[in-house]
Design a protein around this ligand. Structure first.
Ligand code: HAM
Length: 413
């Protein structure tokens, strides 16, 4: 991309019309659906103490280690949020008992200093929800159902839900030990990164994109096989609840997710239109420790840019949602221009979408503007109409026109 003084920073975008209309459609429909599931909107600050992210997302994750916009303007290390869960739980934990059984949603920009590529931005937008409360498979299933409902309402078809489990905190050690032991005989065949990851965070070996690592991972038992009975039953219960609701999911034990706060269920929604960065959404159950308390919850976040790319592949584009209709006032002469200013005020006060040129221009130029505005009707006035108290109303689609009394036009608007 050419870099010049009119471009935003790399990996960041201006969102203007007509594109903005698909953003608005997505947000409006999401708000309505969230409301029907009992979720309230929450807006947290973009900046938080760095520790809010470190202790929840995890010190060794890529997001915290490599991708944070972190700085120290005064005494405290602070960071721009890379995701919405950590700040949301920081807020809910501060609300005491009530915050431990709450449902909130957010629509907000997130910041990750990643290498920009198709579908991967440094400022991107998430629509997410968090529902706090003790682990309950039905809550996880309902959360996935809510996500699927959103996709349907937006008109997004062809996505796939993959699900797995991270198990309980007590499973971490047996899983890590089991995977390490199984990988050990193949150590030399793993990529350099994975040879390091095997000690640091062995789960990252499981979702390494390298083909030779994948071949080895396919030969060893899955992480789920090292988990306790309780963790496996929990996942089965989530899947059963989804089956009852006719929601199709694919169990993918290799699904790891790059954030450390997860326990039990994790999932991702992918779409074929997206290429390498194919996740529209990610979610899961988590426990986030704040002070001595671990806040349990479940939630998801959908990447709005990726949702829009997938929608476009389904034939749903921004201009379908551009505002249309209403009227365009055409003024033939100075006197008509002044009277039309008055008329515009009356029509707009009634909620009518109404545009006009603010200087006298040729009829042709004004009609061209009327056309471009998407107005349904042009209301044309010159000296004759002013004298008679009438207007000429032209139907922009059919081209027909008729002369009506000004009073009737205002009354029927
Ligand atoms: P995440 O998987 O890191 O999860 O992000 C969720 C979604 O945000 C991704 O599936 C993707 O669509 C979008 N996304 C992430 N990074 C980028 C990027 N650099 N450019 C464009 N889109 C991106 C979370 O953030 C968790 N907080 C989700 C969650 C909520 N889990 C429980 N509650």
């Amino acid at each position: 991309m050419a870099s010049n003084e009119f471009q935003p920073l790399q990996g960041m975008s201006d969102i203007n019309a007509p594109e903005i209309y698909i953003w608005r459609m997505i947000e409006e429909k999401a708000r309505t659906i969230f409301n029907s599931y009992g979720y309230e909107e929450l807006r947290t600050p973009v900046l938080e103490k760095l520790s809010v992210f470190k202790r929840s997302i995890g010190d060794t994750t890529d997001v915290v280690k490599k991708e944070m916009y972190a700085f120290k303007p005064g005494k405290h290390d602070i960071a721009m949020r890379p995701e919405g869960t950590a700040g949301t739980i920081r807020h809910l934990a501060g609300r005491g008992e009530e915050g431990l059984n709450a449902r909130v949603f957010y629509i907000a920009s997130m910041f990750r200093y990643e290498r920009p590529q198709a579908g991967r931005k440094r400022q991107f937008h998430q629509i997410g929800v968090e529902a706090t409360g003790e682990a309950n498979p039905l809550a996880d299933a309902e959360c996935i159902a809510l996500q699927q409902h959103l996709l349907e309402e937006w008109g997004l078809h062809g996505s796939k839900i993959q699900i797995s489990t991270r198990g309980m905190p007590s499973d971490r050690k047996p899983v890590a030990d089991g995977l390490r032991a199984a990988l050990q005989p193949h150590l030399a065949e793993l990529c350099d990164d994975c040879q390091r990851r095997i000690d640091e965070n062995v789960l990252r070996v499981i979702d390494c994109k390298n083909e030779s690592c994948q071949k080895i991972v396919d030969q060893i038992p899955t992480a789920i096989e090292f988990m306790s009975e309780g963790s496996r039953t929990y996942l089965d219960q989530v899947i059963q609840a989804l089956e009852i609701m006719d929601i199709e999911v694919e169990v993918n034990p290799k699904l790891v997710r790059g954030l450390d706060y997860y326990v039990h269920t994790v999932w991702e929604i992918t779409h074929g239109a997206l290429g390498a960065q194919n996740a529209i959404a990610g979610g899961g159950r988590y426990e986030i420790a704040l002070g001595k308390k671990a806040v349990p919850g479940v939630g998801f976040a959908m990447g709005m840019e990726r949702v829009i790319t997938s929608l476009e592949a389904c034939g749903i584009t921004a201009d379908q949602f551009a505002p249309k209709g209403g009227v365009w006032l055409v003024s033939l002469g100075e006197a008509a221009l002044a009277e039309n200013m008055k008329l515009a005020r009356k029509l707009r006060a009634k909620g009518v979408r109404c545009g006009m040129e603010l200087e006298v221009k040729s009829m042709k130029a004004q009609m061209r503007k009327a056309n471009r505005s998407g107005a349904e009707k042009a209301i044309i006035r010159g000296e004759d109409e002013l004298a008679a108290g009438t207007v000429v109303v032209k139907d922009m689609n059919e081209g027909s026109q008729e002369e009506l009394s000004l009073e009737d036009v205002i009354r029927d608007a």
